[in-house]
Design a protein around this ligand. Sequence first.
Ligand SMILES: [Fe+2]
Ligand SMILES: [Fe+2]
Length: 210
Amino acid sequence: MPVLNIDKMIVNFDRALRTLCAGATSVRPFPGGELRESNLDENDRRKASALMRVNHAGEICAQALYQGQALTARNPDVQQALESAAIEETEHLAWTRQRIAELGGKVSVLNPMLYAGSFMIGAVCGLLGDKWNLGFLVETERQVERHLEGHLDRLPVEDRRSRAVLDQMKKDEAQHARTALSHGAAKLPLPARQVMRAASKLMTRATYWT
Ligand SMILES: [Fe+2]
Ligand SMILES: [Fe+2]
């Protein structure tokens, strides 16, 4: 059994607070930062802002899942890969948050609850062993990639700044899945994948409106 210690718990609590309350920072420049703000009408602006709120909430979940998984993962290599991926996800968090602000929108009020739930799911996956833990990660990233494709279809065509953010995120998520596969991820059984799809559909619907 992996050892849980008080230091790790404090670090994770600190990360949770920073993810939810502080503005995340990005090493890479904001994708599409050079593009001019488009002249969206009120309906399109609201729609784009709601879609970006969903993506920001998804990144909150990704942070929490990775942190939970890293907490209980057995293999130090896997722990390291999960922690580096979590750091990369903070850039997605920063980009989506910035874009929501640019569109005059708000982040989801459900974020703290989503963080807590995702952290627990991540920690349970870590306890199942590394190949399942990584398999869960691969499936999550693939579903996020498909979800981002769907949002690229739904975003107003003129909103090039939001589109640039989602394009870069999609590339990064595909890379995260490849990293997990290279560390020995197992393919999750179909019922597990279906439950994950249903849960993420629920999350995306709820955060679109709140
Ligand atoms: Fe992400
Ligand atoms: Fe990712």
